[in-house]
Design a protein. Structure first.
Length: 317
């Protein structure tokens, strides 16, 4: 889609939407097409839908800001700047914004009055590397990845030295105590739960150049103690790379994709058994996505400089 023009009518069915397996048929709306909602960022990330405010918050990491888009609004506006080079965002069970500030090397919560509470910036007395993506489980525990991309250069944070191994952490909802739950990954990135939360999917973007470890999305079994076990490969996006991921109510994993050539840019959808079943092509590499809209059946995608969306016949879990 290198010639994508949001003002030009699209054909139906949209040629950017590909059914690779009949299991994806029921998800596709033939009269729905990919829409570019906004452009003007440098590297957009962390889309999070606020249904009670009918808006989408998303990060523009190099520009150090969080922006807000709303259906029917005259313009997208800046929600917070500076944002600590915010990357991933989500909401907790009380509806508060949880943010991975990779520039400030911390995870924060925005209170109803707008004040920002630091939830975690150190582990065992050492600074986090640069939190990347975050999810909240049904018990309110906060799970986040800390790969350290924000300290690799001054473009998406501040160049610095890692003080901890790249890791997945869990913050206990009751005690606030942090636990390192997965420290054997090279660069843990996007993460999401299966619908029943028995599986935690984690993207490892540090493994794509290692033939002996050539897989992009891994799966862990979530044990009763909130520990992780049963690590296994789930799927491989080669030649592209995964980034942010989300599950729908049927257990399909939707993955942002790119950086393997123009043909890898967009979203790839995998069935619970890891088989590729669908593809959404975009003119820019995708970084993340979420489900939202009034009926929670609209996929919002952050990709390169822009925000895209597509109505589908499923919902996020």
């Amino acid at each position: 889609m290198p010639g994508f023009d949001p003002k030009t009518p699209r054909g139906y069915p949209d040629p950017a939407i590909h059914v690779l397996d009949s299991r994806f048929d029921k998800t596709v709306i033939l009269a729905a097409s990919v829409e570019r909602l906004w452009t003007g960022g440098r590297w957009t990330e962390g889309p999070t839908w606020f249904g009670d405010h009918n808006c989408l918050l998303f990060s523009d990491i190099p520009n150090d800001r969080i922006l807000c888009w709303s259906p029917g609004a005259v313009a997208t506006f800046t929600y917070r700047s500076p944002s600590g080079h915010a990357n991933g965002n989500t909401r907790d069970l009380q509806g508060r914004l949880i943010t991975c500030e990779q520039g400030m090397r911390r995870v924060t919560r925005t209170e109803p009055d707008g004040l920002v509470t630091v939830l975690m910036d150190r582990f065992d007395g050492r600074r986090l590397n640069g939190p990347n993506d975050v999810v909240v489980d049904r018990m309110g525990h906060i799970w986040f990845t800390d790969p350290g991309y924000g300290i690799l250069s001054d473009y998406e944070g501040d160049r610095g030295t890692p003080e901890l191994p790249a890791c997945v952490y869990r913050l206990d909802a009751d005690s606030g105590r942090a636990e390192a739950v997965a420290d054997a990954l090279k660069r843990p990135n996007g993460l999401c739960f299966s619908p029943d939360q028995s599986i935690l999917y984690v993207v490892d973007t540090g493994c794509t150049d290692d033939p002996a470890y050539h897989r992009n999305i891994l799966a862990f079994d979530v044990q009763a103690s909130c520990r992780l076990g049963g690590l296994r490969a789930f799927c491989d996006l080669a030649p592209g790379r995964s980034d942010g991921i989300r599950c729908d109510v049927d257990g399909n994993v939707w993955s942002a994709s790119g950086f393997g050539g123009p043909e890898t840019n967009g979203v790839r959808v995998f069935a619970p058994d890891g088989a590729p079943i669908g593809r959404i092509d975009l003119p820019e590499p995708a970084s993340n996505l979420c489900f939202g809209g009034r009926k929670k059946n609209r996929v919002f995608i952050t990709a390169g400089t822009s925000i895209y969306s597509l109505f589908v016949e499923t919902r996020g879990c």
